[in-house]
Design a protein around this ligand. Structure first.
Ligand SMILES: [Zn+2]
Ligand SMILES: [Zn+2]
Length: 472
């Protein structure tokens, strides 16, 4: 009689509790989904420890806070439906296995129903033999993550410590606009300082974002160094080592393409057998700048460092019959040497030359140089970083970049100074190389076919920046 009665009680309790089990696949909120009476029972059960400390005059605000936090944390964690408890925790303290449950442990209670009854402490299931036999194997397999191998990696770096807040875990409000120095960012400088210290201690390249586009899986990896580091001579070796490690990691994972800002030839010389292709994207930067020059332009002033991109732009312009005026003697001579006689005739040196309507500028453009420009001058940067804008009556174009197609998924990190969904030409080049399957390097002095990559980029849906001016 008694046995029968207790059976019917457990039967109805089980039926009543089945409400919680309507979630076969649990989520954190499942942890508090119970019928009313069950809530009352839990309330009483969980109040016992608090009440006993109150009655024995041993309670404190701290103990109650810790207890309530622990209960909530464990309850939500146990229902989160992916394994979060690391293995090393059980390795350093094996008895923990009986004291703390894991999400995979409790997920079996939701799928099997008649096993793993314990909430928080699996100890009781071991005693009563209600432990699910697959508990340990499920825990092991849940911890194994499928290796997610991208087709291409874009290697980049942070600009300033504050650029951290534009990352995905930063502030979406800030990230939705190009980076400006806002007053409240200065208020959180202790946090900024901490992030710098952590970045320095961690010292490894990390994944910033994962993009999908057509059949391509792309990742952006950030080298944990700021722009200032790149300008410091004594930091070069450390940065090169980080880049080299990143390229080798890409090789090890079987990634096909690696695309990054600085010319990476030294790494290829060091590791000539690499399968991963290194693309610095200069050819597309050249194409974008050439396309940015307003139609009808006959004279252009070149003002900036002579980089690989600059050489190609100036040569291409001279070849097209556009007059290029340079202001620095040394640069003029170097450029002249690389050109044919006919093209070279279009290159001239003029120390005073400032009347040109179109200026090709690098990020080293100084305030004094800018003050010499006539009103309405169009400044077209060819460098990765933009020059500091000091003139309100001149027109500054974006650094070489293109607008991403709408199907370019999960795009959150743009260059800090570019409009949103506008990607730098160097990064687009890597993507286009991978989409087209061009199995070549583009680094050091090598330059890919400028027209070919421009056409391919347009075919894949990338658009020129919309801010191109007309020559007035
Ligand atoms: Zn249950
Ligand atoms: Zn549950």
């Amino acid at each position: 009689m008694l046995v029968q009665w207790s059976f019917s009680i457990t039967g109805s309790i089980a039926r009543y509790h089945s409400h919680h089990h309507t979630s076969i696949v649990t989520e954190p909120i499942t942890s508090v989904i119970h019928p009313f009476a069950e809530h009352i029972v839990y309330f009483i059960l969980f109040a016992i420890p608090i009440l006993s400390t109150v009655l024995t005059r041993t309670s404190s605000i701290i103990s109650i806070t810790i207890y309530a936090t622990y209960i909530d944390l464990m309850n939500n964690m146990g229902h989160c439906n992916f394994e979060v408890v690391p293995k090393w925790l059980f390795t350093i303290f094996p008895p923990l296995k009986y004291l703390m449950y894991t999400p995979s442990f409790h997920s079996l209670h939701h799928t099997q129903f008649r096993t793993n009854y314990s909430l928080f402490m699996p100890f009781y299931d071991y005693i009563y033999g209600t432990m699910d036999k697959s508990t340990d194997t499920l825990y092991e397999t849940s911890l194994k993550k499928p290796d997610d191998v991208p087709d291409i990696v874009h290697l980049t770096h942070m600009t300033t410590p504050q650029s951290l807040y534009q990352l995905r875990l930063g502030f979406s409000g800030l990230a939705s606009n190009p980076l400006t120095s806002t007053w409240y960012l200065w208020l959180i400088w202790p946090l900024t300082l901490w992030s710098m210290i952590l970045t320095w201690i961690y010292g490894q390249t990390f994944i910033v974002e994962r993009n999908t586009f057509k059949k391509l899986k792309a990742q952006s990896w950030a080298v944990p160094r700021y722009r200032i580091h790149y300008l410091l001579q004594w930091q070069r070796a450390a940065i090169n080592k980080l880049i080299e490690e990143a390229i080798l990691e890409a090789e090890e994972k079987g990634i096909k393409g690696d695309n990054f800002n600085k010319n990476g030839e030294i790494h290829l010389e060091k590791h000539p057998k690499l399968k991963v292709k290194v693309v610095d994207g200069s050819s597309l930067a050249v194409a974008v700048v050439l396309n940015n020059i307003p139609t009808g332009t006959t004279r252009v002033l070149f003002r900036g460092r002579l980089t690989k991109v600059a050489y190609s732009i100036v040569s291409a312009l001279c070849h097209k019959g556009i007059q290029v005026v340079t202001v620095r003697q040394a640069g003029y001579e170097k450029l002249k040497k690389t050109m044919t006689k006919e093209d070279g005739a279009n290159l001239s040196l003029s120390v005073k030359g400032c009347n040109e309507k179109v200026w090709l500028v690098g990020d080293d453009l100084s305030e004094i140089e800018q003050s010499m420009a006539s009103k309405g001058t169009i400044m077209i940067p060819y460098s990765q970083f933009p020059p500091k804008k000091t003139r309100k009556d001149c027109f500054y174009l974006n650094t070489p970049s293109m607008v991403a197609p709408t199907s370019f998924g999960n795009l959150h990190c743009c260059e800090n100074w570019l409009p949103r969904r506008v990607i730098s030409a160097w990064r687009v080049a890597g993507i286009v190389h991978a989409l087209e399957g061009w199995n070549v390097n583009e680094c050091g002095d090598q330059l890919f076919d400028v027209d070919k990559i421009w056409k391919a980029s347009l075919e894949h849906g990338f658009r020129p920046s919309p801010d191109r001016p007309l020559l007035g």
